[in-house]
Ligand binder design. Structure first.
Ligand code: ATP
Length: 391
């Protein structure tokens, strides 16, 4: 890889009217004196980010004990793909992505970016790699004293770009994120979604190969979240930008990710493509994310009556997930016919994910029969989660 970042991005004919302005020759102002960071021969074709048995331990300090934040994490992120990393608070998500752009160093193992061991880089070589990795944040991290234009311009100023190059590129980026008319506005004059668009434009300023997203939609309302995820998906597809995104929301993963990693207590407990995670989750933590999501969407009166424990003679509320649009009826009627277990359907949804059908039913089953019913569903390759119980 040379210092010419612009050559590494595909230029779509018309992502937006002025996207052709993207190639602005930033390479000319890069650290030409820095030793070029070369891709290693060992990098697998198509693999942009690789975690190789990565451990991260934060040492004890004062009264605080040592924290083992990541244990032997091995993962590959394909060039041009979107990988969603989901986990509960403290699972190690932020630590994982901070290792990619060298904000932190692993205690053991290696993090490779385009075949280069990021943990081994310092000084100019580190900065050169960091310019290939954009980052966006939950609270946007914009400079309040700079306009939208000047915030996006900042990484280019640091890279030493000339004024004409900066103007051309920043205007193209603001146009790309739909903020051409806000270029002279300060962050305090922008909505949350607009601030994140500025953050995305800034992250793209140095024409990176990868974008790290640290809970970038967590502070936004659902509609704005959708529009930001749409924008990220567009830049992923059109610019072939690799995205590593961390979140604690399955809806975010579903909207954008090709592959999903579930982190728990610093370890990868599940890793599959997005369709498999949604239709056949294997780990209890993954199931708990779906149960929480489904629980939030229950009718209010049912939600209010839901208890964590089964009562004698009560009903258990379950979510039953199907991998095809048609399997549901056959499996449900078999449950009733063969096992004489009645099932009361509360709601049913059919949708597509990654171009494939999937559906889920929220239903209640007599609590005394729930274990038998769940075992039956498992035998038939149907995933279930218990959402709670009603008396
Ligand atoms: N600089 C640090 N010094 C000491 N411990 C740290 C440091 N950074 C993170 N940790 C600890 O490492 C563990 C993982 O933290 P991390 O921030 O990666 O989790 P997370 O999954 O991103 O959580 P959240 O969703 O709450 O942001 C936690 O126990 C945290 O307290």
């Amino acid at each position: 890889m040379t210092a010419d970042l612009s050559g590494n991005l595909l230029r779509p004919a018309a992502l937006h009217g002025r996207v052709s302005d993207f190639s602005t020759g930033i390479s000319a102002v890069n650290d030409t004196t820095a030793p070029a960071v070369q891709s290693q021969q060992g990098a697998l074709a198509g693999e942009l980010i690789k975690f190789d048995n990565v451990r991260k331990v934060f040492p004890a300090r004062g009264t605080a004990t040592e924290v083992s934040a990541l244990h032997d994490v091995s993962l590959s992120v394909r060039a041009g793909s979107v990988m969603g990393v989901i986990g509960r608070s403290g699972a190690g998500k932020s630590t994982l992505i901070r290792l990619v752009n060298g904000l932190d160093k692993p205690t053991g193992g290696r993090v490779l970016f385009d075949g280069v061991d990021v943990g081994g880089l310092t000084g100019r070589a580190l900065r050169q790699t960091q310019r290939q990795i954009g980052m966006i944040f939950q609270h946007f991290n914009l400079l309040s004293s700079r306009t939208a234009f000047d915030n996006v311009a900042l990484p280019l100023e640091i890279a030493g770009a000339d004024t004409a190059t900066i103007a051309k590129r920043v205007n193209a980026l603001l146009d790309l994120v739909g903020l051409a008319d806000k270029r002279d506005r300060y962050p305090s004059e922008l909505s949350g979604g607009q601030k994140q668009r500025v953050g995305i434009a800034r992250a793209l300023a140095t024409e990176p190969k990868a974008l790290l997203s640290d809970e970038a939609t967590s502070a936004l309302d659902p509609e704005t979240t959708r529009s930001i995820l749409d924008l990220l998906k567009t830049v992923n597809r059109e610019l072939r930008l690799t995205i590593l995104l961390i979140t604690h929301e399955m809806s975010v993963v579903r909207a954008i990710a090709d592959e999903v990693v579930v982190l728990e207590g610093g370890s990868v407990v599940e890793h599959s493509d997005v369709y498999d995670i949604f239709t056949q989750p294997r780990h209890a933590v993954t199931h708990s994310f779906f149960a929480n999501d489904a629980g939030r969407q229950l009718p209010e009166d049912l939600k209010a009556r839901l208890q964590p424990y089964a009562a004698p003679g009560g009903q258990t509320v379950v979510r039953i997930v199907f991998r095809t649009a048609s399997a549901d009826e056959a499996v449900l009627s078999k449950l009733t016919r063969v096992l004489s277990i009645d099932i009361n359907i509360i709601s049913a949804t059919v949708d597509t994910l990654a171009g494939k059908p999937f559906g889920w039913i929220i239903a209640s089953i007599a609590s005394s029969s729930t274990s038998q019913a769940i075992a039956f569903f498992e035998r038939n390759g149907v995933s279930t989660e218990v959402l709670g119980h009603v008396a």
